[in-house]
Design a protein around this ligand. Structure first.
Ligand code: ANZ
Ligand code: ZN
Length: 791
């Protein structure tokens, strides 16, 4: 027998699969379909790391298994290639980001191919290709035309180092997600997408999809729907109102002061009335250097300044109360102003405590309202209803639903992104570039640095900016902002369905067949960003009749991280990074794939172990040597028939239920059984190879050929199990005495009542119950319970 030589085998099969187009998406629409999707990677300069193969192998297993089960499988791959690191690399090395991207993709693709993934490469997409981003721009224009894209002056998160505005989601602990610099607040005109218009639909839709629970919860929390009221407080000696949002309007009688955000427009409006304006200005300045995250942290020491000369009137009792500014109130939530109820809100309490402001308790221990005039003695729930009625009646407030979700800041002042296809005409305002002129291509520039004022490098290109208005033919200027990286990934799963279509983003009939994506696996870090954005775009396209399903993805799962051997996150600085190229070289792709599936529960983070890896190599060596035990029998042997059926069932089910590790374990156990009986029939080996194939495709395909089993393994049929062949040899039965459970015992399923009884009586845990007692009755429910009645 030849030695197991993964290097040679794997190379050989990559060539054969490619030549035979083994994994090309099936087109026979009479067959059922399966759309398996993994998040397409950002082709960074670093290449793949050992974290990538975990989700990729998992979905490759599903794709391969479903193909063997007779499905047309769509299992595509592509590149989410716009983005900052490439641009930063281009700036530093003075090379066009396009070339950087090409090089990185080549590297990535080579690595993925080495792992033997069954992607249909004929559907490869790249978000930076004009033929792709033409449709990203097209969708943006549809949003614009529906009023869902608008330009607004926004206090944005500004990274002074990258010189770029960041979405809230790109700010991690007050720092730029990309470069780690401290993020500051800055006001800028930005294109915004009105994702908030879809907030309810995005929550509602979660009821109809099969996402793992923690993904649903995170999406709900991120959208953060909360029901409450907006209430107007009169500002003393003016005709103005200060409007606040509260989730507890029933605590109105407990309001002892108000707080507005340092960015609140009221401050400038009453510049002349505010006696301590200089102090207020100084406070504003300090606040602008902090992120929302820092400002709203509960544990943070409260700071603030009273607006001297400005008071408000509590509409419930006409009492005059002071107005403060503090950075714990943020401008971008609710109305940017609050009524402070220090007795019942922790942050208000800390603030009142620090600044010696009065505290009035309005809800007692029984959740009943007190000190609240006409609300007294009502429960807080009833009080809420009553006060809202009262406020609405007097037209000083109304019930209101608020969302944590903000509109999506869609502008970037960078080069390496999709140009926003709008022009500005003095007469007509913002006018879309005609659809027939899409894609609006990125022009060549000599320098990719943002301008000193923070505008995109495109702002330096006079010839590109100057254009004519598509509406009136007059002079107009192009928008120079580009789209964020999230744009291209918001709809890419649609493009895979019909990637070469130049008339539509995808053919309707094709979408009807393939949508929704049956299973989408991706990182937990994308749950609140990418997943929400892409659901939003999809729901918009659905509302406009462009896609046939209300939700893009039926099932969403997430994998855990692979940690370093020392249980810490892998990183260069910790020196615990493991390079997959080296591992493939030394152990083979099949070993790496098998190990990454065997490493631990798929959803949990797991530390790397080189021992575990060589264990998997040994397993594959043992699989290879099964050839030596092969008999010519075609059936399953009597000894192992039950075992075979059990394993087929287990592997089939575990693969679909994220239990890749236990599926591999079952195949290891079965291998041991073959060695124990010192033989394997042809029928057994065929089944075994098919079951192992999705995880270790090369070795299994090679053995199939070597042993002359006929055809290719990749075009075989997934084996079926028969339930009646999987009888459990043992069952557990409950032993009860006078109706109370005392213990359980394992019995052979073939035992009769007599045998079961003997076994119980002999059991040391049970005998004590019979001492000086008389058994007066016995009831045996076969295979379940044995009950004794004793006296
Ligand atoms: C009075 C009150 C009494 C409040 C009480 C809470 C408890 P959620 O649930 O997250 O929606 N709030 C409103 N706007 C704010 C802003 N821009 N910045 C900081 N805090 C703000 O939280 C709503 C509550 O958060 C509101 O209800 C308000 O405080 C505060 F016993 O009003 B509450
Ligand atoms: Zn015009």
């Amino acid at each position: 027998m030849k030695k197991y030589n993964p290097k040679q085998i794997e190379q050989k099969w990559h060539e054969i699969w490619q030549k035979e187009q083994a994994f090309k998406t099936g087109t026979d629409k009479s067959k059922p379909k399966y759309y398996a999707l993994i998040e397409f990677p950002y082709p960074s300069g670093k290449g793949i790391h050992v974290g990538h193969p975990r989700p990729y192998t998992a979905m490759d297993i599903i794709a391969r298994k479903r193909r063997l089960q007779g499905y047309n499988v769509l299992f595509p791959m592509g590149w989410d290639a716009f983005g900052l690191p490439t641009e930063n690399f281009a700036i530093k090395n003075k090379i066009h980001p396009k070339l950087v991207t090409e090089k990185n993709i080549e590297r990535f693709k080579g690595q993925l191919n080495n792992l033997g993934y069954s992607f249909d490469w004929s559907r490869e997409i790249n978000t930076t290709e004009p033929s792709y981003y033409k449709w990203t721009q097209w969708i943006f224009l549809k949003l614009f035309k529906k009023g869902l894209a608008y330009k607004a002056e926004m206090p944005i998160n500004w990274c002074p180092s990258c010189k770029v505005g960041l979405a809230n989601e790109e700010v991690v602990n007050g720092k730029c997600e990309r470069c780690g610099a401290e993020v500051v607040r800055r006001v800028k005109k930005q294109w915004m997408l009105k994702i908030t218009a879809y907030a309810d639909k995005l929550i509602e839709g979660l009821n109809y999809v099969d996402y793992i629970e923690k993904v649903k919860t995170q999406q709900r929390n991120w959208i953060g729907r909360s029901k409450g009221a907006e209430i107007n407080f009169k500002i003393s000696e003016t005709s103005d109102n200060l409007t606040i949002f509260t989730t507890h309007p029933e605590t109105l009688f407990g309001v002892t002061y108000m707080v507005i955000s340092p960015e609140h427009p009221l401050i400038n409006k009453y510049k002349d009335r505010i006696k301590n304006f200089a102090e207020v200005e100084e406070y504003k300045n300090a606040a602008s250097k902090k992120s929302d995250f820092e400002r709203t942290e509960l544990s943070k020491e409260k700071t603030g300044v009273a607006l001297k000369g400005i008071n408000a009137i509590n509409p419930a009792n006409s009492k005059e109360i002071p107005v403060w500014i503090s950075d714990y109130v943020i401008m971008s939530y609710g109305t940017g102003a609050i009524m402070a109820v220090p007795a019942h809100d922790d942050r208000d309490f800390e603030f009142a405590d620090k600044f010696k402001l009065p505290i009035i308790k309005v809800i007692n221990e029984n959740n009943t309202l007190i000190n609240s005039n006409f609300l007294n003695e009502l429960t807080s729930e009833a009080g809420k209803e009553k006060i809202i009625e009262w406020l609405e009646d007097k037209k000083i407030g109304f019930s209101k639903i608020n969302y944590k979700l903000r509109d999506w800041v869609f502008s970037r002042q960078r080069y390496w992104g999709e140009p926003i296809p709008l022009v500005h005409c003095e007469k007509c305002g913002w006018v879309p570039v005609p659809e027939s002129e899409l894609p609006l291509k990125l022009p060549e520039v000599s320098n990719y640095l943002p301008t000193a004022t923070g505008e995109s490098p495109l702002a330096n290109m006079e010839s590109w900016i100057e254009t004519t208005c598509p509406k009136c033919g007059g002079k107009a200027k192009r928008e120079t902002d580009t789209m964020p990286q999230w744009a291209g990934s918001s709809w890419y799963f649609l493009r895979y369905i019909d990637p070469h279509n130049d008339k539509e983003f995808a053919d309707k009939e094709e979408m009807k067949y393939w949508l929704p994506v049956d299973w989408y696996n991706g990182g937990m870090e994308h749950t609140t960003l990418h997943l929400l954005y892409s659901r939003f775009w999809h729901k918009f396209l659905y509302a406009e009749g462009y896609v046939p399903t209300p939700e893009p993805y039926m099932k969403r799962t997430s994998h855990g991280m692979i940690l370093g051997e020392n249980n810490e996150k892998m990183s260069k600085s910790r020196g615990n990074v493991i390079n997959p190229d080296d591992l493939i070289d030394e152990y083979g792709a099949d070993t790496l794939r098998t190990y990454e599936m065997f490493i631990g529960a798929f959803e949990q983070s797991t530390p790397w172990s080189n021992n575990g890896l060589s264990g998997c190599r040994k397993f594959l060596e043992r699989v290879w040597k099964l050839q030596e035990l092969l008999t010519s029998e075609t059936n399953y042997s009597n000894e192992l028939s039950t075992e075979m059926h059990k394993t087929i069932k287990k592997v089939s089910e575990d693969f679909e239920n994220l239990k890749f590790n236990t599926a591999i374990a079952a195949l290891m156990t079965l291998t041991n059984k073959f060695y124990a009986v010192k033989k394997i029939t042809t029928g057994e080996l065929k089944t075994f190879l098919i079951l192992l194939n999705p995880a270790a495709p090369h070795i299994t395909e090679e053995m199939w050929e070597l042993l002359g089993f006929g055809g290719r393994l990749y075009s075989q049929k997934w084996p079926a199990w028969e339930d009646n062949k999987i009888k459990d040899d043992f069952v557990e039965i409950a032993v009860q005495i006078n109706g109370k459970l005392k213990t359980t015992i394992k019995i052979d399923t073939s035992s009769n009542k007599e045998a079961v009884r003997n076994k119980i009586i002999e059991n040391s845990e049970i005998t004590k119950y019979f001492a000086d007692k008389k058994i007066i009755k016995e009831i045996y429910v076969k295979g379940k319970i044995y009950n004794f009645v004793v006296k």
